[in-house]
Write a protein that binds this ligand. Structure first.
Ligand code: CP
Length: 304
């Protein structure tokens, strides 16, 4: 398959190959000369129909480190504003001899839809509340780096599971690798079908943290809510926010993750986010090597 549309479409061996390839690129980007000539004959378009800091810059840097030609498209400054459709937009870009498209879009399924209608390799950089596969890959890669392996680890994903593409992709990725997965959040922010995903469910944060080796703290996605899912931000923070006193009350030192952007003082306090227990900036750093691996592996299929 010439796409990365979601973790749902990968198997354990795919993830192992991506991580082994990322190990190599991580070593490369720590050298004085951080670039390799691998993709000199590949052109990649980064299409962002929704805001991004980490994912957009990380993909662009990964592509440049691989020596690909890169063009960037931001929907808010484009002819999408004049009514041009997604498929027309992408086909016009592809007619300029573009090989691969990285796309973030607010609609769930947008990347799958695009892959069925255009002739290019598609990487999903986040589609609404559906999947964010490269985030889940860099998250698992960071757990592997910190704890040696993902298999057998207890990982709790905390917060707004209902609106989170990070949660769904992480659940798929962690389970493929043999981790034990729990979600923890207010009942109003858990999907109705959560029992079908094969994860433990806990609504008491202290119990969840006592169980886990790793806690992945999610942001409440206010932009995806059309009704009030929870009484107040203060109440959310009291019940589901992690702070240093709470971590110090646990029997063991757990690893704290966050995909970003952080709402400091809401789901996580600064003394936790900036502590040695947190691997938040390691996640961002690893994102470049993991995305280089994904792009490199897909591009090698284009070249065949
Ligand atoms: N983690 C993540 O997707 O961040 P951005 O929205 O800034 O890309």
């Amino acid at each position: 398959v010439n796409h990365l549309l979601g973790i749902k479409y990968l198997n354990k061996k795919d993830i192992e190959l991506i991580f082994e390839t990322a190990d190599h690129f991580k070593e490369v980007i720590n050298r004085p000369i951080k670039k390799v000539p691998s993709l000199r004959d590949i052109t990649i378009a980064n299409l962002f129909f929704e805001n991004s800091t980490r994912t957009k810059l990380s993909f662009e840097l990964a592509e440049k480190r691989l020596s690909a030609d890169v063009i960037n498209f931001s929907a808010s400054q484009s002819s999408v504003k004049k009514g041009e459709t997604l498929i027309d937009t992408v086909n016009n870009i592809l007619s300029m001899k573009v090989d691969m498209v990285v796309m973030r879009h607010p609609n769930p399924g947008a990347s799958v839809f695009l892959s069925q209608h255009v002739d290019a390799s598609i990487i999903n950089a986040g589609d609404g509340a559906h999947e964010h596969p490269t985030q889940a890959l860099l998250d698992s890669y960071s757990i592997r780096e910190r704890l040696g392996e993902v298999k057998g680890k207890n990982v709790v994903i905390v917060g707004d599971i209902l609106h989170s593409r990070v949660a769904l992709s992480n659940i798929y990725a962690l389970k493929l690798q043999g981790a034990n997965v729990m979600v923890c959040g207010p009942k109003t922010l858990l999907p109705k079908h959560i029992d079908k995903l094969g994860v433990k469910v806990e609504t008491n944060l202290q119990k969840a943290l006592n169980w886990c080796d790793v806690a992945n703290m999610l942001r409440v996605q206010n932009e995806r809510m059309d009704i009030s899912y929870f009484p107040s931000t203060r109440e959310y923070t009291q019940q589901f926010g992690v702070n240093k006193a709470l971590l110090d009350s646990l029997d063991k030192e757990i690893t704290i993750m966050h995909p970003g952007p952080i709402n400091r003082g809401v789901e996580i306090t600064s003394d936790v986010a900036d502590s040695k227990q947190a691997i938040i900036l390691d996640q961002v750093q690893n994102g470049v090597a993991v995305r280089m691996a994904v792009i490199y592996l897909l591009a090698s299929k284009i070249k065949q």
